[in-house]
Design a protein around this ligand. Structure first.
Ligand code: EPZ
Length: 416
Protein backbone atom coordinates (compact mmCIF):
# COMPACT_ATOMS: atom_id res chain seq x y z
CA UNK A 1 0.00 0.00 0.00
CA UNK A 2 1.38 3.42 -0.97
CA UNK A 3 2.67 5.76 1.72
CA UNK A 4 3.86 9.35 1.87
CA UNK A 5 7.21 10.34 3.38
CA UNK A 6 7.59 13.93 4.58
CA UNK A 7 10.71 15.63 5.95
CA UNK A 8 9.22 18.55 7.86
CA UNK A 9 10.45 22.00 8.81
CA UNK A 10 10.33 23.82 5.44
CA UNK A 11 8.09 26.93 5.14
CA UNK A 12 5.90 26.55 2.03
CA UNK A 13 6.55 29.28 -0.56
CA UNK A 14 5.47 29.89 -4.16
CA UNK A 15 2.28 29.57 -6.17
CA UNK A 16 -0.03 26.73 -7.21
CA UNK A 17 -3.30 26.42 -9.11
CA UNK A 18 -6.39 25.15 -7.30
CA UNK A 19 -8.01 22.11 -8.97
CA UNK A 20 -11.70 21.65 -9.74
CA UNK A 21 -13.96 20.80 -6.79
CA UNK A 22 -14.54 17.10 -6.04
CA UNK A 23 -17.84 17.81 -4.27
CA UNK A 24 -19.14 19.81 -7.25
CA UNK A 25 -17.80 17.49 -9.96
CA UNK A 26 -19.51 14.38 -8.51
CA UNK A 27 -23.14 15.68 -8.56
CA UNK A 28 -22.53 17.48 -11.88
CA UNK A 29 -21.35 14.23 -13.50
CA UNK A 30 -24.42 12.44 -12.07
CA UNK A 31 -26.65 15.18 -13.52
CA UNK A 32 -25.73 13.94 -17.00
CA UNK A 33 -28.25 11.14 -16.35
CA UNK A 34 -31.03 13.76 -16.63
CA UNK A 35 -30.09 14.72 -20.20
CA UNK A 36 -30.75 12.79 -23.47
CA UNK A 37 -27.92 14.74 -25.18
CA UNK A 38 -24.11 15.03 -24.93
CA UNK A 39 -22.72 16.91 -21.90
CA UNK A 40 -19.14 18.21 -21.60
CA UNK A 41 -17.75 18.90 -18.11
CA UNK A 42 -14.43 20.73 -17.84
CA UNK A 43 -12.04 21.61 -14.95
CA UNK A 44 -12.69 18.12 -13.56
CA UNK A 45 -10.14 17.07 -10.89
CA UNK A 46 -8.14 13.84 -11.51
CA UNK A 47 -9.27 11.95 -8.43
CA UNK A 48 -10.20 8.37 -7.54
CA UNK A 49 -13.76 9.42 -6.65
CA UNK A 50 -14.23 11.06 -10.05
CA UNK A 51 -12.98 7.89 -11.75
CA UNK A 52 -15.47 5.89 -9.67
CA UNK A 53 -18.38 8.14 -10.69
CA UNK A 54 -17.46 7.93 -14.39
CA UNK A 55 -17.15 4.15 -14.07
CA UNK A 56 -20.55 3.97 -12.36
CA UNK A 57 -22.20 6.00 -15.14
CA UNK A 58 -20.48 3.83 -17.76
CA UNK A 59 -21.82 0.69 -16.07
CA UNK A 60 -25.33 2.08 -16.46
CA UNK A 61 -24.78 2.53 -20.17
CA UNK A 62 -23.83 6.21 -20.30
CA UNK A 63 -21.22 6.84 -23.04
CA UNK A 64 -18.23 8.40 -21.28
CA UNK A 65 -14.92 9.80 -22.52
CA UNK A 66 -12.52 11.05 -19.85
CA UNK A 67 -9.69 13.44 -20.79
CA UNK A 68 -6.91 15.03 -18.66
CA UNK A 69 -9.33 17.39 -16.84
CA UNK A 70 -12.58 16.99 -18.71
CA UNK A 71 -15.29 14.36 -19.23
CA UNK A 72 -17.72 13.95 -22.14
CA UNK A 73 -20.92 12.07 -21.29
CA UNK A 74 -23.93 10.98 -23.31
CA UNK A 75 -26.92 9.47 -21.51
CA UNK A 76 -29.20 9.41 -24.57
CA UNK A 77 -30.10 5.90 -23.48
CA UNK A 78 -29.01 3.68 -20.63
CA UNK A 79 -29.18 -0.05 -19.96
CA UNK A 80 -29.52 -0.83 -16.30
CA UNK A 81 -30.43 2.02 -13.87
CA UNK A 82 -28.38 0.24 -11.19
CA UNK A 83 -25.56 1.41 -8.86
CA UNK A 84 -23.94 -1.76 -7.49
CA UNK A 85 -22.61 -2.28 -3.93
CA UNK A 86 -19.04 -2.81 -5.21
CA UNK A 87 -18.90 0.83 -6.30
CA UNK A 88 -21.20 2.41 -3.71
CA UNK A 89 -19.13 0.96 -0.86
CA UNK A 90 -16.05 2.77 -2.23
CA UNK A 91 -17.88 6.08 -2.70
CA UNK A 92 -21.06 7.11 -0.86
CA UNK A 93 -21.63 9.88 -3.40
CA UNK A 94 -22.95 7.17 -5.75
CA UNK A 95 -26.26 7.94 -4.03
CA UNK A 96 -26.37 11.01 -6.31
CA UNK A 97 -27.55 8.74 -9.14
CA UNK A 98 -30.82 8.01 -7.29
CA UNK A 99 -32.63 11.31 -7.96
CA UNK A 100 -31.70 11.70 -11.66
CA UNK A 101 -32.45 8.03 -12.52
CA UNK A 102 -35.85 8.11 -10.81
CA UNK A 103 -36.79 11.42 -12.43
CA UNK A 104 -35.69 10.56 -15.99
CA UNK A 105 -36.22 6.78 -16.23
CA UNK A 106 -38.92 6.24 -13.56
CA UNK A 107 -36.76 3.57 -11.99
CA UNK A 108 -33.55 3.25 -9.99
CA UNK A 109 -31.74 0.61 -7.97
CA UNK A 110 -28.94 2.00 -5.86
CA UNK A 111 -27.07 0.08 -3.21
CA UNK A 112 -27.74 1.54 0.24
CA UNK A 113 -24.49 3.19 1.37
CA UNK A 114 -23.08 1.43 4.46
CA UNK A 115 -21.53 3.04 7.54
CA UNK A 116 -18.60 5.45 7.17
CA UNK A 117 -15.48 6.18 9.28
CA UNK A 118 -16.76 9.66 10.17
CA UNK A 119 -20.32 8.81 11.10
CA UNK A 120 -23.51 6.82 10.52
CA UNK A 121 -24.52 9.02 7.55
CA UNK A 122 -28.07 7.80 6.79
CA UNK A 123 -29.83 8.77 3.51
CA UNK A 124 -33.36 8.89 4.97
CA UNK A 125 -33.89 12.50 3.83
CA UNK A 126 -33.06 11.60 0.21
CA UNK A 127 -35.67 8.82 0.35
CA UNK A 128 -38.25 10.93 2.22
CA UNK A 129 -37.96 13.71 -0.36
CA UNK A 130 -38.35 11.41 -3.39
CA UNK A 131 -41.31 9.72 -1.71
CA UNK A 132 -42.93 13.15 -1.25
CA UNK A 133 -42.50 13.64 -5.02
CA UNK A 134 -44.46 10.43 -5.64
CA UNK A 135 -41.75 7.77 -5.92
CA UNK A 136 -42.41 4.35 -4.41
CA UNK A 137 -39.27 3.35 -2.55
CA UNK A 138 -38.43 0.01 -0.98
CA UNK A 139 -35.20 -1.33 0.50
CA UNK A 140 -34.49 -4.92 -0.56
CA UNK A 141 -31.29 -6.95 -0.18
CA UNK A 142 -29.32 -3.82 0.64
CA UNK A 143 -30.60 -1.91 -2.38
CA UNK A 144 -32.83 1.14 -2.59
CA UNK A 145 -35.50 0.45 -5.22
CA UNK A 146 -37.31 3.50 -6.57
CA UNK A 147 -40.22 3.35 -8.97
CA UNK A 148 -42.23 6.28 -10.26
CA UNK A 149 -44.32 7.67 -13.12
CA UNK A 150 -43.47 11.32 -13.74
CA UNK A 151 -42.46 12.81 -10.36
CA UNK A 152 -44.70 15.54 -8.95
CA UNK A 153 -43.56 18.86 -7.51
CA UNK A 154 -43.72 18.96 -3.68
CA UNK A 155 -42.90 21.13 -0.69
CA UNK A 156 -40.08 19.36 1.16
CA UNK A 157 -38.70 20.43 4.53
CA UNK A 158 -35.42 18.73 5.38
CA UNK A 159 -34.97 18.23 9.16
CA UNK A 160 -31.20 18.40 8.86
CA UNK A 161 -29.20 20.40 6.33
CA UNK A 162 -27.89 17.80 3.89
CA UNK A 163 -25.64 18.63 0.93
CA UNK A 164 -26.11 15.56 -1.29
CA UNK A 165 -29.73 15.30 -0.13
CA UNK A 166 -30.41 18.81 -1.45
CA UNK A 167 -28.51 17.99 -4.66
CA UNK A 168 -30.40 14.71 -5.26
CA UNK A 169 -33.84 16.29 -4.76
CA UNK A 170 -32.97 19.42 -6.74
CA UNK A 171 -31.89 17.22 -9.68
CA UNK A 172 -35.04 15.07 -9.43
CA UNK A 173 -37.27 18.15 -9.29
CA UNK A 174 -35.93 19.51 -12.60
CA UNK A 175 -38.07 16.98 -14.55
CA UNK A 176 -41.02 16.80 -12.16
CA UNK A 177 -44.53 17.96 -12.97
CA UNK A 178 -45.01 21.29 -11.16
CA UNK A 179 -43.04 23.23 -8.57
CA UNK A 180 -40.84 21.78 -5.84
CA UNK A 181 -39.81 23.86 -2.83
CA UNK A 182 -36.81 22.62 -0.83
CA UNK A 183 -36.78 24.16 2.64
CA UNK A 184 -33.80 24.16 5.02
CA UNK A 185 -31.78 23.40 1.90
CA UNK A 186 -27.98 23.26 1.91
CA UNK A 187 -26.30 26.53 0.84
CA UNK A 188 -22.90 25.05 0.02
CA UNK A 189 -21.10 26.56 -3.04
CA UNK A 190 -21.08 23.11 -4.63
CA UNK A 191 -24.91 23.05 -4.51
CA UNK A 192 -24.87 26.42 -6.28
CA UNK A 193 -22.40 25.18 -8.92
CA UNK A 194 -24.67 22.18 -9.62
CA UNK A 195 -27.72 24.47 -9.85
CA UNK A 196 -25.85 26.68 -12.34
CA UNK A 197 -25.08 23.65 -14.48
CA UNK A 198 -28.73 22.48 -14.33
CA UNK A 199 -29.98 25.96 -15.29
CA UNK A 200 -27.57 25.92 -18.25
CA UNK A 201 -29.19 22.58 -19.21
CA UNK A 202 -32.57 24.33 -19.26
CA UNK A 203 -33.77 23.74 -15.70
CA UNK A 204 -35.80 26.42 -13.90
CA UNK A 205 -34.26 26.89 -10.47
CA UNK A 206 -34.19 29.87 -8.11
CA UNK A 207 -32.98 30.45 -4.57
CA UNK A 208 -29.85 28.28 -4.85
CA UNK A 209 -27.37 29.53 -2.26
CA UNK A 210 -30.23 30.29 0.14
CA UNK A 211 -32.06 27.85 2.44
CA UNK A 212 -35.17 27.83 0.19
CA UNK A 213 -34.69 26.48 -3.33
CA UNK A 214 -37.57 26.54 -5.85
CA UNK A 215 -37.58 24.27 -8.90
CA UNK A 216 -40.20 24.52 -11.66
CA UNK A 217 -40.15 21.16 -13.46
CA UNK A 218 -39.67 21.01 -17.26
CA UNK A 219 -40.33 18.26 -19.83
CA UNK A 220 -36.75 17.88 -21.02
CA UNK A 221 -33.20 19.16 -20.47
CA UNK A 222 -30.53 19.70 -23.12
CA UNK A 223 -26.79 19.27 -23.55
CA UNK A 224 -24.30 21.73 -22.07
CA UNK A 225 -20.63 22.51 -21.48
CA UNK A 226 -19.93 23.38 -17.83
CA UNK A 227 -16.70 24.21 -16.03
CA UNK A 228 -16.53 22.92 -12.43
CA UNK A 229 -15.83 25.53 -9.71
CA UNK A 230 -12.43 25.47 -7.94
CA UNK A 231 -12.16 23.30 -4.81
CA UNK A 232 -12.58 25.41 -1.66
CA UNK A 233 -11.54 22.56 0.65
CA UNK A 234 -8.36 21.89 -1.32
CA UNK A 235 -7.66 25.65 -1.28
CA UNK A 236 -8.37 25.82 2.46
CA UNK A 237 -6.04 22.86 3.06
CA UNK A 238 -3.16 24.58 1.25
CA UNK A 239 -3.81 27.83 3.15
CA UNK A 240 -3.72 25.96 6.50
CA UNK A 241 -0.49 24.19 5.46
CA UNK A 242 1.10 27.52 4.53
CA UNK A 243 0.06 29.00 7.91
CA UNK A 244 1.32 26.00 9.92
CA UNK A 245 4.73 26.07 8.17
CA UNK A 246 4.94 29.89 8.55
CA UNK A 247 5.15 30.24 4.75
CA UNK A 248 4.00 32.54 1.95
CA UNK A 249 1.84 31.00 -0.77
CA UNK A 250 -0.31 32.23 -3.66
CA UNK A 251 -3.29 30.15 -4.81
CA UNK A 252 -4.30 30.74 -8.43
CA UNK A 253 -7.79 30.05 -9.84
CA UNK A 254 -8.93 30.16 -6.21
CA UNK A 255 -12.59 30.10 -5.01
CA UNK A 256 -12.21 33.56 -3.47
CA UNK A 257 -15.91 33.91 -2.53
CA UNK A 258 -16.34 30.46 -0.99
CA UNK A 259 -13.89 30.59 1.92
CA UNK A 260 -14.99 33.49 4.13
CA UNK A 261 -15.21 31.46 7.37
CA UNK A 262 -11.82 29.83 6.78
CA UNK A 263 -10.08 33.09 5.83
CA UNK A 264 -11.51 34.85 8.88
CA UNK A 265 -10.13 32.13 11.18
CA UNK A 266 -6.71 32.16 9.50
CA UNK A 267 -6.53 35.93 10.01
CA UNK A 268 -7.46 35.36 13.67
CA UNK A 269 -4.49 32.96 13.83
CA UNK A 270 -2.23 35.79 12.65
CA UNK A 271 -2.03 35.19 8.89
CA UNK A 272 -2.09 38.03 6.37
CA UNK A 273 -4.41 37.13 3.50
CA UNK A 274 -4.76 39.15 0.29
CA UNK A 275 -7.84 38.33 -1.79
CA UNK A 276 -7.50 39.04 -5.53
CA UNK A 277 -9.97 38.49 -8.37
CA UNK A 278 -9.05 34.81 -8.72
CA UNK A 279 -6.09 34.57 -6.33
CA UNK A 280 -5.54 34.19 -2.60
CA UNK A 281 -2.14 35.07 -1.09
CA UNK A 282 -1.32 34.01 2.47
CA UNK A 283 1.71 35.03 4.51
CA UNK A 284 2.35 33.83 8.04
CA UNK A 285 5.11 35.69 9.78
CA UNK A 286 5.95 34.07 13.14
CA UNK A 287 4.14 31.40 15.12
CA UNK A 288 0.39 30.99 14.51
CA UNK A 289 -1.97 31.90 17.37
CA UNK A 290 -4.40 29.23 18.63
CA UNK A 291 -7.85 29.68 17.05
CA UNK A 292 -11.09 27.97 18.12
CA UNK A 293 -13.66 26.84 15.56
CA UNK A 294 -17.13 25.25 15.54
CA UNK A 295 -18.21 23.46 12.37
CA UNK A 296 -21.59 24.28 10.79
CA UNK A 297 -23.35 24.09 7.41
CA UNK A 298 -22.28 26.79 4.89
CA UNK A 299 -21.70 29.70 5.33
CA UNK A 300 -20.48 28.44 8.72
CA UNK A 301 -17.04 26.86 9.21
CA UNK A 302 -16.80 23.73 7.00
CA UNK A 303 -16.51 20.34 8.70
CA UNK A 304 -14.16 19.33 5.84
CA UNK A 305 -11.61 21.85 7.23
CA UNK A 306 -11.91 20.76 10.88
CA UNK A 307 -9.03 18.25 10.86
CA UNK A 308 -6.68 20.67 9.09
CA UNK A 309 -7.33 23.33 11.77
CA UNK A 310 -6.65 20.82 14.54
CA UNK A 311 -3.26 20.20 12.90
CA UNK A 312 -2.61 23.96 12.69
CA UNK A 313 -3.51 24.41 16.37
CA UNK A 314 -1.09 21.62 17.35
CA UNK A 315 1.84 24.05 16.85
CA UNK A 316 0.07 27.32 17.67
CA UNK A 317 0.63 29.67 20.59
CA UNK A 318 -1.99 28.86 23.28
CA UNK A 319 -4.98 26.51 23.47
CA UNK A 320 -7.97 26.12 21.15
CA UNK A 321 -11.38 24.39 21.15
CA UNK A 322 -12.51 22.70 17.96
CA UNK A 323 -16.15 21.55 18.04
CA UNK A 324 -17.55 19.17 15.41
CA UNK A 325 -21.34 19.50 15.00
CA UNK A 326 -21.97 17.74 11.65
CA UNK A 327 -20.51 14.22 12.01
CA UNK A 328 -20.47 12.18 15.19
CA UNK A 329 -17.11 10.43 14.71
CA UNK A 330 -14.76 12.88 13.00
CA UNK A 331 -11.79 12.96 15.39
CA UNK A 332 -9.99 9.82 14.16
CA UNK A 333 -6.92 11.97 13.30
CA UNK A 334 -6.47 13.04 16.96
CA UNK A 335 -4.88 9.75 18.05
CA UNK A 336 -2.50 9.86 15.07
CA UNK A 337 -1.51 13.50 15.75
CA UNK A 338 -0.71 12.51 19.34
CA UNK A 339 1.84 10.06 17.88
CA UNK A 340 3.66 13.14 16.50
CA UNK A 341 3.72 14.69 19.96
CA UNK A 342 0.52 16.74 19.81
CA UNK A 343 -1.22 17.58 23.09
CA UNK A 344 -4.97 17.07 22.49
CA UNK A 345 -7.88 16.15 24.79
CA UNK A 346 -11.31 15.18 23.49
CA UNK A 347 -14.48 15.88 25.47
CA UNK A 348 -17.63 14.82 23.63
CA UNK A 349 -17.66 16.58 20.25
CA UNK A 350 -14.94 19.07 21.24
CA UNK A 351 -11.19 18.67 20.88
CA UNK A 352 -9.04 20.87 23.13
CA UNK A 353 -5.63 21.45 21.57
CA UNK A 354 -2.72 22.80 23.63
CA UNK A 355 -0.14 24.12 21.15
CA UNK A 356 3.39 22.66 21.51
CA UNK A 357 6.73 24.15 20.39
CA UNK A 358 7.59 21.24 18.18
CA UNK A 359 6.23 18.01 16.67
CA UNK A 360 8.47 15.03 15.93
CA UNK A 361 8.11 12.82 12.84
CA UNK A 362 6.74 9.24 13.23
CA UNK A 363 4.76 6.59 11.34
CA UNK A 364 1.04 7.40 11.25
CA UNK A 365 -2.06 6.07 9.50
CA UNK A 366 -4.74 7.88 7.47
CA UNK A 367 -8.33 6.95 8.43
CA UNK A 368 -10.38 9.17 6.11
CA UNK A 369 -9.87 11.86 3.47
CA UNK A 370 -9.62 15.03 5.59
CA UNK A 371 -7.91 13.23 8.49
CA UNK A 372 -5.13 12.35 6.04
CA UNK A 373 -4.85 16.03 5.05
CA UNK A 374 -4.30 16.95 8.73
CA UNK A 375 -1.49 14.38 8.96
CA UNK A 376 0.16 15.89 5.88
CA UNK A 377 0.06 19.37 7.50
CA UNK A 378 1.50 18.01 10.77
CA UNK A 379 4.19 16.13 8.83
CA UNK A 380 5.19 19.35 7.00
CA UNK A 381 5.79 20.99 10.41
CA UNK A 382 7.29 18.05 12.35
CA UNK A 383 11.04 17.63 12.79
CA UNK A 384 12.41 14.57 11.03
CA UNK A 385 10.49 12.12 8.88
CA UNK A 386 6.75 11.41 9.04
CA UNK A 387 5.47 8.40 7.09
CA UNK A 388 1.73 8.34 6.38
CA UNK A 389 0.19 4.96 5.59
CA UNK A 390 -3.08 4.30 3.64
CA UNK A 391 -2.84 7.41 1.49
CA UNK A 392 -5.50 6.06 -0.85
CA UNK A 393 -7.76 8.14 1.41
CA UNK A 394 -5.85 11.26 0.34
CA UNK A 395 -6.03 10.39 -3.36
CA UNK A 396 -9.79 10.43 -3.15
CA UNK A 397 -9.78 14.20 -2.72
CA UNK A 398 -6.36 15.71 -3.54
CA UNK A 399 -4.83 15.56 -7.02
CA UNK A 400 -1.07 14.58 -7.03
CA UNK A 401 -0.60 16.25 -3.61
CA UNK A 402 3.11 15.42 -3.30
CA UNK A 403 3.92 17.11 -6.64
CA UNK A 404 1.93 20.22 -5.78
CA UNK A 405 3.34 20.57 -2.27
CA UNK A 406 6.78 19.74 -3.72
CA UNK A 407 6.33 22.75 -6.03
CA UNK A 408 5.98 24.85 -2.85
CA UNK A 409 9.27 23.53 -1.47
CA UNK A 410 8.00 20.64 0.64
CA UNK A 411 10.30 17.61 1.03
CA UNK A 412 7.67 15.00 0.30
CA UNK A 413 7.60 11.79 -1.73
CA UNK A 414 5.34 8.82 -2.40
CA UNK A 415 6.64 5.40 -1.31
CA UNK A 416 5.34 2.28 -3.12
C1 EPZ B 1 -21.27 16.17 1.76
O1 EPZ B 1 -21.57 14.89 2.30
C2 EPZ B 1 -19.80 16.13 1.34
N1 EPZ B 1 -19.63 15.08 0.34
C3 EPZ B 1 -18.94 15.83 2.56
O2 EPZ B 1 -17.57 15.92 2.16
C4 EPZ B 1 -19.17 16.91 3.61
O3 EPZ B 1 -18.47 16.58 4.77
C5 EPZ B 1 -20.67 16.99 3.94
O4 EPZ B 1 -21.45 17.21 2.75
C6 EPZ B 1 -20.98 18.14 4.89
O5 EPZ B 1 -20.54 19.35 4.39
C7 EPZ B 1 -19.99 15.35 -0.95
O6 EPZ B 1 -20.46 16.41 -1.30
C8 EPZ B 1 -19.76 14.25 -1.94
P1 EPZ B 1 -24.69 15.67 4.55
P2 EPZ B 1 -23.09 14.46 2.58
O7 EPZ B 1 -25.79 14.88 3.97
O8 EPZ B 1 -23.99 15.15 1.63
C9 EPZ B 1 -27.08 13.87 8.26
C10 EPZ B 1 -15.31 15.23 1.96
O9 EPZ B 1 -14.44 15.18 2.85
N2 EPZ B 1 -28.02 13.29 7.28
O10 EPZ B 1 -24.70 17.14 4.33
O11 EPZ B 1 -23.12 12.99 2.66
C11 EPZ B 1 -25.68 13.25 8.21
O12 EPZ B 1 -25.60 12.06 8.93
C12 EPZ B 1 -16.74 14.74 2.30
O13 EPZ B 1 -15.13 15.68 0.82
C13 EPZ B 1 -29.15 12.63 7.73
O14 EPZ B 1 -29.37 12.52 8.93
O15 EPZ B 1 -23.30 15.08 4.04
C14 EPZ B 1 -24.81 14.36 8.77
O16 EPZ B 1 -24.80 14.30 10.15
C15 EPZ B 1 -16.82 14.04 3.60
N3 EPZ B 1 -29.99 12.09 6.80
C16 EPZ B 1 -25.53 15.62 8.28
O17 EPZ B 1 -26.84 15.24 7.92
C17 EPZ B 1 -29.77 12.20 5.44
O18 EPZ B 1 -30.57 11.70 4.64
C18 EPZ B 1 -24.87 16.31 7.08
O19 EPZ B 1 -24.59 15.34 6.11
C19 EPZ B 1 -28.62 12.89 5.01
C20 EPZ B 1 -27.76 13.43 5.94
Amino acid sequence: MQKLSIQGGVPLTGAIRVAGAKNAALPILAASLLVPEPVHITNVPRLNDVRTMVKLLGLMGVKTEAGEHDVRLDAASIGEPFAPYELVKTMRASILALGPLTARFGEARVSLPGGCAIGERPVDLHIKGLTAMGAEITIEQGNIHAKAGRLKGARIFMDTVTVTGTENLMMAATLADGETILENAAREPEVVDLARCLVAMGARISGHGTDVIRVQGVERLHGVTHSVMPDRIEAGTFLAAAAATRGAVTLEEAPVDALDAVIEKLREAGAAIAVGERTLRITMKGRPRAVSVRTAPHPGFPTDMQAQFIALNCVAEGAAHVTETIFENRFMHVQELRRLGAHIEVEGNTAIIHGVDRLAGAAVMATDLRASASLVIAGLVAEGETVIDRIYHLDRGYERIEERLGALGARIKRLD
